[in-house]
Design a protein around this ligand. Structure first.
Ligand SMILES: Cc1ncc(COP(=O)(O)O)c(C=O)c1O
Length: 367
């Protein structure tokens, strides 16, 4: 029996081990543990990759959201529309800066923010929206920016799961006012600890993010604003410098794996794959299927040594921390249903053909 992990970082590490050892040794020798050439090199390279004017490396994807929200001026009295089905940080950070997260349901086909629900959630207190590219698939980057523009709202792209994804001929991250990134180890572009970044189209806004991430100081001990300390670590930047050049190839491999899963599952009664927006080229951070027999399927796979995960087991309005921001969790039927039906199958570029075949065979056997 082939057992299959849902994710295996060891294989990615093995590929870059030689280069990473050299980079980490150089950091140890230079003793530049904070900032330094690795961080600058990564910020320039990632900005170049995204065709963005700058990239600000920060501590993690949650800080990236907080800093982006702060730089855009979100605060008490403001409302920010967020999808009802996403990782908690997308909504929690809105509250953390003193504003109110307002949930909008997601589209059933893709589980990304539903533009119509976004539009319906806008009030005269709304200042902006956060669009998430869930599972690596871009949200509707035709309609969402257009709705925000019409209502004079800013837009943050939470691109934590979508490094390298495209919508039309542009990479995600260039459609909103700012884009936030997480480099948590399991992400498509991940480091070996915590890391994050903010990118965007306006140098002025990015300069503000950089200032806020550095205690509001442009030069040492000259504090222009109240800020925090949120920095991309040199050792993590070195990992990202090794991994960024491989990203497109790795995303391509994810696409091939997803294609094989999707083909093998076509016509299986009781199992569905999420729809792919024809206008986009997503990067399959996760291979998500939906079934009303989700828990049974997960247990069946586990008995055969095949890992799977549930992202996410609850819609945010249905969680204790967020319930006060929604009148009724039942106002978000698509998100609620997704929480009971989604299952993420093994998906990482180094997954072998035998592991993929074993997973497909087990899923087919179940149905
Ligand atoms: C959609 C989304 N937003 C934000 C974050 C937060 O990133 P981090 O874990 O680096 O703080 C994550 C990470 O899981 C995420 O998936």
């Amino acid at each position: 029996m082939t057992s299959v992990s849902v994710f295996d970082l060891g294989r990615a590490l093995a590929e870059i081990r030689g280069e990473l050892d050299a980079r980490w040794r150089a950091i140890l020798e230079s003793k530049q543990f904070v900032g330094g050439p690795e961080v600058g090199e990564f910020e320039r390279a990632f900005a170049g990759y995204l065709d963005a004017p700058d990239c600000v490396g920060v501590g993690n994807g949650t800080d990236a959201l907080i800093l982006a929200l702060k730089a855009l001026g979100a605060g008490p009295g403001d409302e920010v529309v967020v999808p009802a089905f996403t990782f908690a940080a997308t909504a929690a950070t809105v509250e953390w800066v003193g504003a109110r997260p307002v949930f909008a349901d997601v589209e059933s086909a893709t589980l990304n923010l539903d533009p119509e629900r976004l539009e319906a959630a806008i009030t005269d207190r709304t200042v902006g929206a956060i669009g998430v590219h869930l599972y690596g698939q871009p949200c509707d980057l035709d309609r969402i920016p257009e709705i925000c523009k019409r209502a004079e709202l800013w837009l943050i792209e939470d691109a934590a799961q979508a490094h390298g994804a495209r919508f039309g001929d542009r990479r995600v991250g260039s459609f909103g006012d700012l884009a936030t990134w997480s480099f948590y180890p399991s992400k498509n572009l991940g480091c070996f600890g915590d890391g994050g970044a903010v990118t965007g189209r306006s140098l002025e806004l990015l300069e503000r993010v950089r200032l806020l991430a550095n205690h509001g100081a442009k030069t040492r001990y000259e504090h222009l604003e109240i800020g925090i300390n949120s920095r991309l670590d040199s050792f993590q930047a070195a990992v990202l410098n090794c991994r960024l050049p491989l990203l497109d190839k790795k995303n391509e491999r994810r696409g091939k794996i997803a294609g094989q899963y999707r083909e093998a599952f076509t016509g299986l009664d009781g199992l569905a794959c999420l729809a792919i927006d024809e206008r986009s080229r997503g990067v399959f951070h996760q291979m998500t299927v939906t079934t009303s027999r989700r828990d049974e399927l997960q247990a069946f796979l586990a008995e055969r040594g095949i890992g799977s995960t549930v992202h996410y087991p609850a819609a945010l309005p249905d969680q204790a921390a967020f319930a006060r921001f929604a009148e009724e969790a039942s106002d978000f039927p698509v998100a609620l249903r997704a929480a009971s039906e989604v299952l993420c199958l093994p998906m990482f570029p180094e997954l072998t053909a035998a592991e993929l075949d074993a997973t497909i065979a087990a899923v087919r056997e179940f149905f």
